[in-house]
Design a protein around this ligand. Structure first.
Ligand code: PBG
Length: 351
């Protein structure tokens, strides 16, 4: 049995060891010096978060004066068009540069071919024009994909259990034009069909939308972390099967670079990696390889995990939020789509 000694005595016994260690050359270098105080930590910080780093994703619903809570995303609501304009004012006040809008389409409008996507008066188009009209300086992004409009919940046209690529791309080009006409500044193809970026670019240019940017969901993985989003837009109920024939395999990294090369070649203005935290290696590689503006989407499941743990008192929600966001910056992201955008922007403003 070793003798039981108190803490003070233990430290006493270690002193000669520490003395000897101090004489060794490697201890001339003490990384902790720079961490000794708040001013010093701020001085040497390699990355910072500002509201300019955020795109705020928002869910839309029909009606007026409506705000519906999303059950699987505590703290997140769907907004009717009039309400989303109020939310957009808040974004502008918080200096958040852009919103990304996602419609929860009425089930009666979801069809096999997703034709509601091309209705210039559909929910997302009405929201785009309402916000653009009142707040022309706020950036507006919207998804190009058919999943909120199809009765089967897929991003493309489905035939005999297969997602048709080229036929889908033809529809997506029209959808991008409809969005641009409604006031969308950034169209974001999230469908993962081959060749869609180039086709959309040509379609936009031919219809006079030369300045509409394309944010390509370049490396969008077939991820379980989209679950709460599908709840928010109502596709959990509709989706038949999964999206693995078009979204990427989480096992692959090199393939993301191949996708990125194609998107760059076809005229993407910005690239996106999605989800966020589990794919920061991909963010790093894409940013290093192409040097294009590279965004990362901290997706619904990531939000809900952090929020659930925080609401249970298991983690400090605010700290975990900021840590998850700075990790995205450290990995090379130029901006982050995050449901935390307003909370993080408010926190930054208070600092
Ligand atoms: C639809 C789309 C999805 C997300 C953004 N656009 C889900 C999906 O592909 O099923 C996920 C976003 C999130 O989980 O927050 N094409």
């Amino acid at each position: 049995m070793p003798p039981i000694v108190g803490r003070a005595r233990q430290i006493e016994l270690l002193k000669p060891l520490a003395e000897r260690a101090r004489d060794r050359l490697d201890l001339a270098i003490r990384p902790r010096r720079n961490r000794k105080s708040d001013w010093s930590r701020r001085l040497v910080a390699e990355n910072v978060l500002t509201p300019d780093d955020f795109v705020w994703p928002l869910f839309l619903c029909e009606g007026t004066k409506r705000r519906e809570p999303v059950a699987s995303m505590p703290g997140i609501e769907r907004y009717s068009v009039d309400e989303v304009v109020r939310v957009a004012e808040r974004a502008l006040a918080l200096k958040i540069p852009a919103l990304a809008l996602f419609p929860n389409t009425d089930p009666s409008l979801r069809t096999d071919d997703g034709r509601e996507a091309l209705n210039p008066k559909n929910l997302v188009c009405r929201a785009l024009s309402a916000i653009k009209h009142e707040l022309p300086d706020l950036g507006l992004a919207a998804d190009v994909a058919l999943d909120p409009y199809t009765s089967h919940g897929h991003d493309g046209l489905l035939e005999d259990g297969k997602i048709l690529n080229d036929e889908t791309v033809a529809v997506l080009v029209e959808q991008a034009k409809v969005l641009a006409d409604a006031g969308c500044d950034v169209v974001a193809p999230s469908d993962m069909m081959d060749g869609r970026v180039g086709a959309i670019r040509r379609g936009l240019d031919a219809s006079g939308h030369l300045d509409v940017q394309i944010l390509a969901y370049t490396a969008k993985y077939a991820s379980a972390f989209y679950g709460p989003f599908r709840d928010a837009v109502g596709t959990n109920a509709t989706l038949i099967g999964d999206k693995r024939t078009y979204q990427m395999d989480p096992a692959n990294g090199d393939e993301a670079l191949r996708e990125a090369a194609l998107d760059v070649e076809q005229g993407a203005d910005m690239l996106m990696v999605k989800p966020g935290l589990p794919y920061l290696d991909i963010v790093w590689r894409v940013k290093q390889a192409f040097g294009l503006p590279t965004l990362v989407y901290q997706v619904s499941g990531e939000y809900s995990m952090l929020e659930a743990a925080a609401r249970n008192g298991w983690i400090d929600g605010d700290k975990a939020m900021m840590e998850s966001l700075i990790a995205c910056k450290r990995a090379g992201a130029d901006a982050i789509l995050t449901y935390f955008a307003p909370r993080a922007a408010e926190k930054i403003a208070r600092q």
